[in-house]
Design a binder for this molecule. Structure first.
Ligand code: SF4
Length: 503
């Protein structure tokens, strides 16, 4: 059925589900139908946390995001201009999640810098780094709260180093110093990543390259996600320039030994972003700025979002790839999709339907998970976004939630995990599941609500980073993971566990 396979996937969904809606109608249509059933405006509220201060934050600070971008690039070590802790805890965070070691440097400021300034520490740090690492070519210089408050002129010192140290001491060596401003008194690690990706692409992207690949700006993903995205594109016979390719964060232990992991995106890959046939940016809040820059500067056709979480968003992703490349969706992916839908159908209506869920973490992840949960007839009742981005209200996906959801749902910005605990302990919030990263584990344990680990960081489950959350495979794994967590809960709480004998 070649014609059927080459039609847009979201249309052929109807072809697939329409034949036996009683069996698989539970997937996808709950969300759409709620609008039709309810008619009137639905009670889904977007609001900022009322309390000042943050207790048990969901996010960390901007420089962490810039550091995450820098470890995704080959021959690159970022220097964080600030106190040593701004690197130490972030490295630990990455290492906990990936169970690998990563290379990052610090200008290691001390008290005197608060009075006299600390740019001389950047000069020393660049020199020491280049001496110690002869292969390093790219050095993002990442500011922090302290150095932004002091007012250190990082752009000026980069100019000085380019004119002085690099010409004199490192003549003939290609070195790129890239200032990245990430004051941590605004935004979060999500915006820090967004800013860093934009600055790095601005620095390298060129028009005159012959390469004609599709830019895939992945956003903050796991190696399992990158592997899955590459697989989808390979099946579609699309050559992609994956920014950043962090598949190797799942680093092998080789006979000759290895002690660090790093991404494999090269300088050439970054240059080629300016000559792509198109750009797909998966996560609006993580790579939207860079995608917009490429579109404005190089006139590259660009699609921003959605993150391919769940069946429907993966359909959209493939449709977008098809539009930008002219390649068709092969039978192999229709089959893969069918396997995922079949697996999801086995657990959705019987076990997941009506389960009340709270979700916290990166905004694109939270929104994608909420959409997927709705497709599974679940009820995301609380979405917690850990920063105060004022653009959330303009997000068409959030608007769609507000227009379509037919039960009480809260979307809280600038939220923290205390909000979640308070609602559970004092405000009568009833939940069946929580979706989020490991930092919410104590709230889940104290309130005896099963926590499905998803997002960043996840350090209390083995191998999580190896699994996909995106694509058909990710949708299947996620639905099954939610079901399995729920099954375990049924057994431990003796809540209808007999059902599992008959399933
Ligand atoms: S908040 Fe400031 S001092 Fe703390 S880790 Fe972030 S940049 Fe460093």
């Amino acid at each position: 059925m070649p014609d059927g396979l080459s039609t847009p996937v979201r249309n052929d969904w109807k072809w697939q589900t329409g034949t036996d809606i009683s069996r698989i109608g539970c997937v996808k249509f709950a969300y759409v139908c709620s609008k039709k059933k309810g008619g009137a405006a639905m009670p889904c509220e977007l609001k900022e946390k009322e309390r000042t201060g943050v207790i048990n934050p969901i996010f960390t600070c901007q420089p962490a995001g810039a550091q995450y971008a820098s470890i995704g690039i080959k021959d690159c070590i970022g220097i964080v201009h600030g106190g040593q802790g701004c690197v130490m805890f972030v490295r630990l965070w990455f290492s906990q999640h990936y169970k690998e070691s990563f290379e990052l440097a610090s200008s290691s400021l001390h008290e005197d810098a608060a009075v006299f300034g600390g740019v001389h520490r950047v000069e020393e740090a660049v020199d020491v780094l280049l001496m110690r690492y002869p292969d390093v070519k790219i050095v993002p210089i990442i500011t922090t709260c302290s150095t932004e408050v002091i007012g250190d002129d990082v752009d000026g010192v980069v100019t000085k180093l380019n004119e002085g140290l690099l010409k004199e001491k490192y003549a003939g060596r290609e070195v790129h110093l890239i200032p990245i401003h990430t004051p941590s008194f605004k935004g979060s690690h999500v915006t820090g990543y967004d800013v860093a990706v934009e600055e790095i692409i601005k620095h390298f992207a060129k028009k005159d390259k012959a390469a004609k690949k599709l830019n895939l700006l992945t956003g903050w993903q796991n190696p399992g996600d990158v592997r899955t995205l590459k697989h989808l594109l390979t099946e579609m016979d699309v050559e992609a320039n994956v920014i950043f390719d962090i598949e190797e964060f799942d680093a092998p232990l080789m006979p000759d030994g290895n002690h660090v992991a790093h991404g494999s995106t090269t300088m050439e890959d970054l240059e080629n972003t300016g000559s792509a046939i198109g750009t797909i940016a998966l996560n609006r809040y993580e790579v939207g700025k860079a995608a917009q820059y490429l579109e404005n500067e190089f006139d590259i056709p660009t699609v921003i979002g959605p993150s391919p979480i769940g069946i429907r968003n993966t359909d959209t992703f493939l449709e977008n790839v098809k539009k930008l490349t002219g390649k068709s969706i092969p039978a192999s992916l229709v089959k893969e999709r069918g396997i995922a839908i079949d697996a999801i159908t086995d657990v959705a209506h019987m076990f997941l339907a009506d389960k009340r869920v709270a979700i916290y973490g990166h905004p694109d992840l939270v929104i994608g998970l909420a959409e997927f949960c709705l497709d599974l007839e679940m009820k995301p009742v609380l979405l917690l976004l850990g920063d105060d981005n004022t653009k959330y209200g303009e997000d068409s996906r959030i608007k769609a939630l507000q227009e379509n959801v037919d039960y009480d749902m809260e979307i809280v910005t600038n939220a923290d995990l205390w909000d979640l605990g308070d609602r559970l302990q004092n405000k009568g919030l009833k939940l069946d599941l929580i979706l989020g990263h490991s930092k919410g584990r104590f709230i889940a344990m104290d309130n005896k609500v099963p926590l499905v680990r998803v997002g960043f960081p996840v350090f209390d489950r083995a191998g999580y980073h190896r699994e996909a959350t995106v694509g058909y495979e990710g949708a299947m794994l996620l639905a099954e993971k939610m079901a399995n967590v729920w099954f375990t809960d049924m057994e431990y709480t003796q809540n209808k566990e007999w059902l599992l004998n008959m399933w």
